[in-house]
Design a protein around this ligand. Structure first.
Ligand code: ADP
Length: 361
């Protein structure tokens, strides 16, 4: 077990592309940290830099007390799990699990004991004599995890390990990985583009965009206080609603194209801003509503129902809005409904810099 420290880590590929720019953060000993962002944002590059599979162009990486920046992968005491399971097809599960240990010169007894422990933890005992082709995708991924486990590494690095699995299996394996982490208490860095995996697995999340770290915090802190428009729009499904417009001279009304929204005091009067409201923070007005709540009339144009909930798609002028709603008593298409939101649930962003605006009232 060990903490990991990244200081101003930078990777410029030989074609001049900046894969990761000045990434600095610490991963605590025993922490499960998730690197998340859209495809191509530099997540795998960052993980491969920690693993030593890519050479950093600048900065330093420490694992425990050791500066590993220029060490070979095999000398970093890490184990990696990839999306492609990369199992040896002609070896049984037992052989796949033990092979790396044998190569490193561990005794047969030691190998057998570690393989047994990993098989117990991952419920692979009954499959030890099977070949990979005789396993399901989920079982193969468990073997890949087991192969990392037997190494007793200081740090686990997981690169989109569940992407090849179907949705149901993915959520089952997600739970298994969370349980495994809880029982092992080993430092884990987990790369995914899937925001649900990031939110549910990560003790903290690092959100990346175009090679740059945008925000590092606990999942709920990021969800509740995204630092910029990118993070606000990336986490949450359906995504946060954005209302672009200009504030009036009193700073109390946001005017968009063909619609207006009252806003609480404390915003920069006259400025172009973006107001963000999550779909679950908008409710239909049903009779009286608390006096402080902000109201907005919208035109309903589409409803999606997914069984336990519905998404009402609507518009107010040029603003597009999605409301998370109960699937019962839905409004008719083409009707105008009034929505309300508690003022403290609004997010504000500078339209130009895209950064969050702290309200000064
Ligand atoms: P992610 O894992 O977030 O999808 P990657 O870390 O794989 O993204 O890649 C980050 C960016 O660096 C991408 O734009 C990708 O095209 C680029 N990239 C990755 N590997 C190389 C390479 N060997 N040479 C040049 N560019 C690369």
């Amino acid at each position: 077990m060990a903490a990991v420290k990244l200081k101003a880590v930078r990777k410029v590929y030989s074609n001049g592309h900046v894969g990761v720019d000045s990434a600095s953060f610490d991963i605590a000993d025993g922490e499960l940290l998730v690197l998340v962002g859209p495809s191509g944002c530099g997540k795998s590059t960052l993980l491969r830099l920690i693993a030593g599979l890519e050479e950093a162009t600048g900065g330093s990486i420490h694992i425990g007390d050791v500066d590993v920046t220029s060490l070979e992968p095999r000398d970093r005491d890490i184990a990696m799990v990839f999306q492609s399971y990369a199992l040896y097809p002609h070896m049984t599960v037992r052989e796949n699990l033990g092979f790396g240990l044998k190569l490193r010169g561990h005794s047969e007894a030691e190998v057998a004991e570690r393989v047994k422990d990993a098989a117990d933890r991952l419920e692979l005992e009954s499959m030890l004599d099977r070949l990979p082709k005789q396993l399901s995708g989920g079982q193969r991924q468990r073997v890949a995890l087991g192969r990392a486990l037997v190494r007793h590494p200081k740090v686990f690095l997981l690169d989109e390990p569940l992407s090849n699995l179907d949705a149901k299996l993915r959520s089952a394996m997600r739970t298994e990985i969370a349980r495994l982490h809880r029982s092992l208490q080993t430092t884990m860095v987990y790369v995914t583009h899937d925001q649900v995996e990031a939110m549910t697995l990560g003790q903290r999340i690092v959100v990346l965009d175009r090679g740059i770290v945008q925000q590092i915090d606990t999942p709920m802190n990021i969800y509740e206080r995204p630092v910029n428009l990118f993070v606000a729009g990336f986490l949450g499904n359906p995504a946060m609603n954005f209302f672009r417009g200009s504030l009036n001279s009193g700073g109390t009304v946001l005017s968009g194209e063909g619609a207006e929204l009252a806003v609480p005091p404390g915003l920069p009067a006259g400025k172009s801003i973006v107001v963000g409201i999550r779909p679950e923070d908008l409710q239909r007005v049903d009779g009286a509503s608390p006096p402080n709540n902000i109201r907005l009339s919208v035109l309903v144009d589409l409803i999606e129902t997914v069984g336990n909930e519905s998404f009402i798609h609507a518009s107010a002028g040029a603003w597009r809005i999605i409301v998370r709603s109960s699937p019962y008593h839905l409004p008719p298409l083409g009707s105008t409904i009034t929505l309300q939101v508690m003022p403290e649930r609004l997010h504000f962003f500078d339209a130009e810099s895209t950064q969050r605006i702290a309200v000064t009232s």
